[in-house]
Write a protein that binds this ligand. Structure first.
Ligand code: NAD
Length: 329
């Protein structure tokens, strides 16, 4: 699969020091592609890039997508833009909607405008399952979105709208990828806004009881990082029919939070129950994707099931914990 794009082509990964972006950068650099990363390190870290940072086919630009000239400079000689830079977290977005709009919407507009000026071949951008809002349709199918439930989700929906406009009126080829709860190596387990899988793992590793917001019967379509990396690549080579559209990128498996908890607790032989707290505003109850459109237009196939991905992830965090311990002692 990774032989379809000429090795002379150059990629720009925005947000490349973050969880998803760094995994994309590492995979492309290892395959021999020239990759430039643009990141302001607001939530990402250079540490995520340590295995490629000094390689000749990798370039890091410390900069902010809110600055148009930075985007313009970063886009020079670029063929494909894989746009991951954004502020995540539904609960945090309620605290500062303006900052979310500036980062996620205005930042993306700068990317689209710079892509237009520099005539890049295609812009692939990270959207999110959160755009389905309060839709009760199950599984979630593109075109059945409900009412938006958070500022974060609104920024992602706006990205899709702006991308559609740039494709239609400015001839910028765009494809949106609606990621569903991505997990895997390198995801930040720290802080109150950490994603549920690394948070459960870290809390149990420290011998504490993880918290679940609600009764634990909410469901998610947890998607292993390798599937997301390959979706980005596939979107670059997809036929023109896919351009101007957005696709669910998921495992296509429905996992309840209580089941997730059980698997992780069993892995660590942790016998205690989680702490159940009140549901959080803006949280979607159920999220489970229909991935037939991504299959049809991108040739996407989740090669990594939830179970296989979780096994890899648990092993990775376990190894990392051992490393952390040996660094301390
Ligand atoms: P992350 O926070 O690990 O990575 C985001 C990166 O973007 C960070 O390195 C951060 O420093 C950078 N960034 C943020 N604002 C920036 C700015 N103004 N200028 C330059 N760089 C900036 O998050 P992630 O989980 O890797 O998410 C990547 C993308 O995928 C985001 O767009 C996110 O909304 C989307 N997404 C993620 C998930 C998930 O489950 N992780 C689900 C749906 C969508």
């Amino acid at each position: 699969m990774y032989k379809k794009i000429d090795l002379k082509k150059q990629f720009l990964v925005t947000g490349g020091a973050g969880f998803i972006g760094s995994n994309i950068c590492i995979e492309l650099v290892k395959k021999g592609y020239r990759v430039r990363c643009l990141d302001n390190l607001s939530t990402g870290s250079i540490d995520n890039l340590k295995e490629i940072i000094f390689l000749p086919n990798f370039e890091f630009i410390y900069g902010d997508i809110r600055n148009y000239s930075t985007c313009d400079v970063a886009m020079k000689d670029i063929d494909y833009v894989l746009h991951q830079a954004a502020l995540g977290s539904v609960p945090r977005s309620f605290k500062n909607p303006q900052m979310y709009c500036e980062n996620n919407v205005m930042g993306f507009l700068n990317i689209l405008e710079a892509a237009k000026k520099n005539k890049v071949l295609r812009v692939i951008y990270a959207s999110s399952s959160s755009v389905y809002g309060n839709s009760l349709t199950m599984p979630k199918i593109e075109g059945t979105e409900g009412m938006i439930l958070s500022p974060y989700a609104l920024t992602k929906k706006e990205n899709e709208n702006w991308a559609t406009i740039y494709t239609k009126y400015y001839e910028v080829e765009t494809i949106g990828l609606r990621y569903f709860n991505v997990f895997g190596r390198g995801q930040n387990p720290h802080g109150m806004y950490a994603a549920v899988i690394p948070k459960f793992i870290k809390t149990i590793q420290e011998g504490n009881r993880p918290e679940i917001y609600g009764d634990g019967m909410q469901s998610r379509d947890f998607t292993y990082i390798n599937n997301v990396v390959s979706a980005n690549y596939l979107a670059c080579i997809a036929s023109k029919e896919a351009v101007g559209k957005y696709f669910n990128i998921a495992s296509g498996e429905r996992i309840f939070l209580n089941s997730l908890y059980k698997i992780i607790a069993e892995f660590y032989d942790f016998k205690e129950e989680p702490i159940y707290l009140e549901r959080r505003t803006g949280d979607v109850r159920d999220s489970f994707a229909d991935i037939s459109s991504a299959k049809q237009y991108l040739g996407y196939k989740p090669e990594w099931s939830f179970t296989k991905g979780l096994e890899e992830t648990l092993n990775w965090y376990n190894k990392n914990q051992e490393k952390e311990r040996s660094n301390i002692s």
